[in-house]
Design a protein around this ligand. Structure first.
Ligand SMILES: [Fe+2]
Length: 315
């Protein structure tokens, strides 16, 4: 496959410093100086993956996708042109604007993510004391969690079908699972999904998701973020049905949701994965507390909709 990863994203927020402080606490690694105009963050394995810049309202401004070589770029370019999407050159690759969501996607030649394998965690089971005479390693950790990489983004689109076409037929993403007309789980790597496009009353960023080693890290990370900040809680702990990942969603000061996750399905061989069509609540989760209404319809959506029609909106 020509594409192999999400590289980095740029998110616009009204208060760069407050949002940057949140992601520092979240466990991302600050890169260079942070000021009112720009903050940059890296993950342990993915390099620089998040840029935060000023915007009147929270908004996803750019998605970066990594390709292997110039041939991959050529294929992406010709597919986009076939869809009548304009393509511009940028350093190391190309950029295109989804005509439906106005989302800017840059595809550049980038190295693959090299991940040090997480140490296998011994777990006891009935008749299987794999961790005999030892406490669980997860309860003995004391460091703050540090995400391994940016795993996926969920975006709302006013025309889910058209934005799906842009990602699949234009950029070359593959379909992992779908809830027809509502949500498409798309991948540009071996992760079950890197971009999820859902039908929404406006184009907006629903959440970013950051990979951790295991469920203990998801629980520990969220618990630390909630200490003294119960207002950050959105939804968790639970396990998704589509993608199988353990999840816990938190809210940043701008209103974007950020997810800690672990144990996402990996699709290493396309031929061995059968995309499914999922209906009803299973599309959302397998177990955990029921999702709050504000997860489905974030509280600031009405304000964002008003703003998106205002002439002061920055694109
Ligand atoms: Fe997610």
């Amino acid at each position: 496959m020509g594409l192999h990863r999400l590289t980095s994203i740029t998110v616009g927020v009204p208060d760069v410093a407050a949002t940057a402080a949140y992601y520092t606490e979240f466990g991302l690694l600050p890169v260079g100086p942070t000021d009112e105009q720009r903050a940059r963050f890296a993950t342990r394995d993915g390099g620089e993956q998040l840029e935060i810049v000023p915007a009147p309202r929270r908004r996803l401004l750019r998605i970066g996708v990594g390709a292997h070589d110039a041939d991959d770029l050529g294929r992406v370019r010709s597919r986009l042109l076939k869809l009548d999407v304009a393509v511009q050159d940028v350093a190391g690759g190309l950029c295109a604007l989804d005509p439906n969501s106005q989302l800017r996607v840059e595809v550049t030649i980038a190295p693959e993510v090299a991940q040090e394998p997480a140490a296998p965690m011994p777990m006891n089971g009935p008749g299987r004391p794999d961790r005999a005479n030892r406490r669980a390693p997860g309860v003995e950790r004391e460091n703050r969690v540090q995400p391994r990489k940016l795993g996926h983004l969920v975006i709302g689109s006013v025309d889910q079908t058209a934005t799906r076409r842009f990602f699949v037929e234009g950029l070359g993403f593959k379909i992992s699972d779908e809830a027809p007309g509502l949500a498409s789980f798309l991948r540009c790597s071996t992760d079950h999904h890197n971009v999820l496009v859902q039908q929404a009353p406006l184009n907006f960023l629903h959440h970013t998701a950051w990979e951790l080693d295991d469920i203990d890290e998801v629980g520990r990370g969220a618990t630390a973020m909630l200490e003294g900040h119960p207002e950050r809680h959105v939804w968790g702990l639970g396990r998704h049905h589509i993608g199988s990942n353990f999840f816990w969603y938190l809210r940043d000061p701008a209103g974007n949701f950020s997810e800690y996750y672990s144990d996402l399905d990996c699709i290493v061989s396309d031929a061995l994965w059968q995309p499914s069509v999922v209906e009803g609540a299973r599309g959302l989760y397998n177990w955990g507390p029921p999702p709050p209404p504000s997860f489905i319809q974030p509280d600031d959506l009405a304000g964002l909709m008003t703003g998106s029609h205002s002439p002061t909106t920055v694109r």
